[in-house]
Design a protein around this ligand. Structure first.
Ligand code: SAM
Ligand code: DTB
Ligand code: SF4
Length: 326
């Protein structure tokens, strides 16, 4: 089966035909599991070394107290989750964490802040961190929320390689999960990031109670961006007590693997990151995700506020699978 580019009415934003429609991605989801995996493997092998993955380490540089109401997030001020708030870290602490990440084998360091968006003086402070981390020879990534005029340029000038800003879910489902901003707001920031010449890291979360069509809509929206994101994090919801989504039923693990496969097929040149939720996955499940085309992970014992597999365990798993790190 070949990927067909079907010319549809222009999408409202880009005025170019949507590269992948939700229906087309739904058709991928509906394939027998083996057929979907075979197709994902074919695409993966055409575009990447199938036995190599990239490792990024996260650090929360400003934690908790976020004014946004994202239903999944432990850092929202509106949810009582027991997360201890912390102001912006000093640059020396960030540098020490980045050095440790580099020495443990990470190639990218991602700094996350629980802001709706940074103030200009926050951007100045983060710019200093970016230059310092870059000086260690690491790739840099930041996720700071929505950016205002000129902020993306300042970050780029400081040496920022990637900006992470997720669209999180399908357009129709967005308002059910987040009320304090729209998905359009996210696209504005993504556009600013592109215009400033940075790489885009953009993905979403599944397992939030969305339908399969919702998952297909998320993937179709990502794949139909004028330039698809270079990096696509696929997060499985980490259910945190105190958040509105804490009691969401588990997603069928095969449905998660299918989501990875669909991301791989529709965004052949992108790194697809098996992101949050790995701590709850066994080794076999993670191996299936790599088979489905995931070629990046968050590496290090912590995500932002929640856990991630121990780095030692990850190294052992990759070795057992004959996967090398790049
Ligand atoms: N505040 C900024 C923002 O929202 O863009 C940056 C930090 S925010 C924590 C980064 C991303 O983490 C969110 O877009 C979401 O995709 C992911 N995330 C947050 N809580 C999560 C959870 N419980 N499970 C999975 N992913 C989560
Ligand atoms: C992304 O897509 N997932 C990461 C990163 N980008 C910033 C964050 C996951 C956060 C999981 C919940 C937490 O640890 O607070
Ligand atoms: Fe704030 Fe980001 Fe969490 Fe939303 S996901 S509450 S914007 S830290």
């Amino acid at each position: 089966m070949h990927t067909q580019v079907i010319h549809l009415p222009p999408s409202s934003r880009s005025q170019v035909p949507q590269r992948w429609t939700t229906e087309q991605v739904e058709a991928l989801f509906a394939l027998p599991f083996s057929d979907l995996m075979f197709r994902a493997q074919q695409v993966h092998r055409e575009h990447f070394d199938p036995n190599a993955i990239q490792r990024s380490t996260l650090l929360s540089i400003k934690t908790g107290g976020c004014p946004e109401d994202c239903g999944y997030c432990p850092q929202s001020v509106r949810h009582d989750t027991g997360v201890t708030s912390q102001d912006l870290l000093p640059v020396e602490d960030v540098l020490a964490a980045a050095r440790a990440a580099r020495d443990a084998g990470a190639t990218r360091f991602c700094m996350g802040a629980a802001w709706r968006g940074p103030k200009d003086r926050d951007v100045e402070a983060v710019a200093e961190m970016i230059s310092a981390v870059k000086g260690l020879g690491l790739e840099t990534c930041a996720t700071l929320g929505m950016l205002r005029e000129g902020q993306a340029e300042t970050l780029k000038k400081a040496g920022l390689d990637y900006y992470n800003h997720n669209i999180d879910t399908a357009p129709e489902f967005y308002g059910d999960v987040i009320g304090t901003r729209t998905q359009e707001d996210r696209f504005d920031t993504l556009e600013a990031v592109r215009e400033a010449g940075m790489n885009v890291c953009c993905g979403g979360i599944v397992g939030m109670g969305e339908s399969r069509r919702g998952r297909a809509g998320l993937i179709a929206t990502l794949a139909s961006m004028d330039t698809p994101p270079e990096s696509v994090p696929i997060n499985n919801l980490v259910k945190v007590e105190g958040t509105p989504l804490a009691d969401t039923p588990d997603l069928d693990p095969f449905e998660f693997v299918r989501t990875i496969a669909c991301a791989r097929i529709t965004m052949p040149n992108s790194h697809v990151r098996l992101s949050a939720g790995r701590e709850a996955m066994n080794d076999q499940m993670q191996a299936l995700c790599f088979l489905a085309g995931a070629n990046s992970i968050f590496y290090g014992d912590k995500l932002l506020t929640t856990g991630n597999p121990q780095a030692d365990n990850d190294r052992r798993l990759l070795e057992r699978l004959g996967i090398r790190s790049v």
